[in-house]
Design a protein around this ligand. Sequence first.
Ligand code: MTE
Ligand code: MO
Length: 198
Amino acid sequence: MLGKFFQKPATEESDRVPPGQYLTKGFPVLTYGATPKINSEEWEFKVWGLAKPATFSWSDFMALPQHEFTADFHCVTRWSKLDAQWTGIKVTDFIPLIEVDPKAAHVMEHCYGGYTTNIALADLVREENFFAFKSFGEPLTTEHGGPLRLVVPHLYAWKSAKWINGLEFQEREELGFWERNGYHRRGEPFAEERYSTF
Ligand SMILES: Nc1nc2c(c(=O)[nH]1)N[C@H]1C(S)=C(S)[C@@H](COP(=O)(O)O)O[C@H]1N2
Ligand SMILES: [Mo]
């Protein structure tokens, strides 16, 4: 019984829905632990590790080009939301502001509240990835990661860090919070990379 909130995909949408996922028209909130409350004046974003250490303010981010994005969103707990609407800044527009060591191949995403998730540098630096500060035209609510979150549409949504406040560049892969707790290190939904296999 899926109920009225979770539906099997219509045929025209089915190729966009990864195996084992159900569609939701709402936008569930999925947070482990407490929800950190940060206003944009005190908000800071840092890079470190195999990148020249640097700190960015809210106005540094807001000075970057802003775009509208439409992206499908797949949670490993089996809900998917198609066509989520966002306003944000492309990861590829942010990266030129920092100096990344050529040895860097992996990144740890860090967040207010202590959540972490790891991602390969090549999976992070993709044209379609963005830092979102609005959702459906409204400022991103705190529960959905406001003031700013990452969105990585091609991986399960646990890689889309809410309240993101830093990127730690690394040579070797380290595991983030869910990855240390049995989830897959990459998490590609069409390959159903849900759980770690070792
Ligand atoms: N900081 C932080 N980011 C997070 C999470 C979290 O618990 N803390 N949950 C992840 C998971 S499992 C999912 S599915 C999405 C959910 O985003 P939403 O709550 O906006 O739907 O955020 C991801 N980013
Ligand atoms: Mo999730």
